[in-house]
Ligand binder design. Structure first.
Ligand code: HEC
Ligand code: HEC
Length: 415
């Protein structure tokens, strides 16, 4: 840590993961050894570097906190996690909830296509999907992690830097970066701002592709380890999570139609097949009050490459990994609690018992966009009891990476 610049050091102290990793290379005593051993190590430092923001208050880790499921867990005036993120200028807020950057690398390239779903075939269940898939952001507008990483530093309501050249000026402050870009990319950081900026996003993407972002060590993953493995986790037949697991992968809930990528029980499940759907999420007035945005969030139609009105209101299916510790939920953070999310799905079916949003005590609000809803998938399932809702929540809690298990609510819900 001894060579860390003071501002970065402040960020380090606030960031538990960084305590372990230090400033990449600065522990080395040999003056000739490279400051960063790999693109991934350089990317790790950049991911945590507040130099990438105009007032030096924000890094990627501010809104994608490695100590907290790679989401923005900063709280607002009410003490609750804010549904949308405050930018580096201290006053601007975006209009969408920051998704986890963990497991993001598994989203395929953005595009249109068709695939056969992994979910079990049941009568009436739609087995084939054809439409858009993949990309980064809730609307897929960035094609891949490097393109995604190019956005935030220059976004006026996020990190607020004026230009690529201004970002590269900041990188030049750190001689270790100058050396690393030369060694790892063969480029002179000072020579060409566009090339330097592209290399920066490539290094950040390399870090985001590392196992730090995708350890696959939740109870769910551990349950798939071979018999006899010391780390193997066994779903107890009597546990609520076990009932939730069967429900999740069954035709009774149909969750797998969208939140299942691989054959049931196969390792490496990401709990999203990266399709786009409108599930009828209502406006979040609290987020709108912060962002000042008016009008509807058109989702996929807001992607500059999409102009077809039948895509309005659709959002990329998010991963459910670490979902129990990454609330609030949906593209606009409208629901604070996982139980609410499951009841929300249930209310889309005509016979549902859950007529009110438990967080507001009021009837469910109308969808933000009522056209293009995926009712064929959403109404396929039968209605759930309160016990079954809890079981699904308890199952989702078992999708938490080992290092975040201590963040799970200690509310006795799943005992
Ligand atoms: C001010 C908060 C903020 C900062 C800083 C920030 N992000 Fe984000 N990030 C967001 C929000 C909000 C979204 C979703 C925006 C959307 O969908 O329109 C997002 C989306 C993403 C996604 C897409 C995930 C997915 O599943 O689609 C990735 C990856 C990501 N950010 C990585 C980064 C990296 C790398 C940096 C630093 C270069 C960064 N972010 C800086 C708030 C932030
Ligand atoms: C038709 C496809 C589809 C089905 C079926 C489906 N989901 Fe989703 N799910 C989505 C989409 C799309 C979103 C994001 C919507 C948004 O942000 O507006 C989402 C969001 C979520 C979220 C919030 C995640 C976050 O990080 O914000 C949870 C939790 C969730 N779904 C759980 C479930 C469960 C449990 C089931 C079964 C009861 C289910 N889903 C069925 C498509 C689906």
């Amino acid at each position: 840590m001894k060579n860390c610049p003071p501002l970065l050091l402040v960020a380090l102290l606030l960031s538990p993961v960084f305590m372990l990793s230090g400033c990449g290379g600065s522990d080395s005593n040999s003056p000739s050894s490279p400051p960063f051993a790999s693109k991934e190590a350089l990317g790790e430092s950049l991911f945590h570097d507040t130099r990438l923001s105009a007032n030096r208050t924000q890094s990627c880790a501010t809104c994608h906190n490695p100590g907290h499921g790679f989401v923005d867990n900063r709280t607002g005036a009410d003490g609750k996690v804010s549904p949308v993120s405050r930018g580096d200028n201290g006053t601007s807020f975006g209009d969408r909830n920051a998704p986890t950057a963990a497991y993001a690398r598994f989203s395929p390239a953005f595009g249109q296509g068709s695939h056969t779903r992994a979910a079990e075939t049941v009568p009436g269940n739609l087995k084939e999907y054809s439409g858009y898939i993949g990309g980064q952001f809730h609307d897929g507008r960035a094609n891949g992690l490097a393109q995604q990483a190019a956005g935030p530093p220059l976004n006026p309501i996020e990190m607020g830097m004026e230009s690529k050249a201004a970002v590269v000026e900041r990188l030049l402050e750190n001689p270790e970066y100058v050396e690393a870009f030369s060694q790892l990319y063969g480029l002179d950081l000072a020579a060409n701002a566009d090339a330097a900026y592209a290399a920066m996003t490539d290094a950040i993407a390399a870090f985001e592709r590392s196992d730090t972002f995708a350890p696959f060590d939740s109870k769910y993953d551990r349950s798939l380890l071979p018999l006899g493995d010391a780390n193997r986790y066994v779903y107890d037949a009597l546990d609520k999570a076990t009932q939730g697991k069967s429900l999740f992968f069954s035709q009774f809930t149909n969750c797998g139609a969208c939140h299942q990528l691989k054959a049931k029980g196969q390792r490496g499940e990401t709990f999203s097949n990266y399709e786009y759907h409108n599930i009828g999420v209502p406006v979040n007035a609290a987020a709108r009050a912060l962002s000042g945005v008016t009008g509807s969030d058109d989702g996929l139609l807001a992607n500059p490459d999409i102009s077809d009105d039948t895509q309005r209101g659709k959002f990329k299916v998010p991963t459910l990994r670490n979902v129990a510790v990454t609330g609030p939920y949906m593209h606009n953070g409208v629901f604070a609690d996982l139980t609410t999310v499951v009841m929300f799905y249930d209310h889309l079916k005509p016979e549902s018992d859950f007529l009110e949003n438990p967080e507001t005590g009021l009837p469910w609000a109308e969808p933000e966009v009522s056209a293009n809803m995926s009712n064929d998938d959403l109404q396929q399932a039968r209605t759930l009891t309160e016990t079954e809702v809890t079981a699904l929540v308890c199952f989702m809690r078992t999708l938490t990476d080992a290092r975040y298990e201590h963040l799970l609510p200690d509310d006795g819900l799943c005992d």
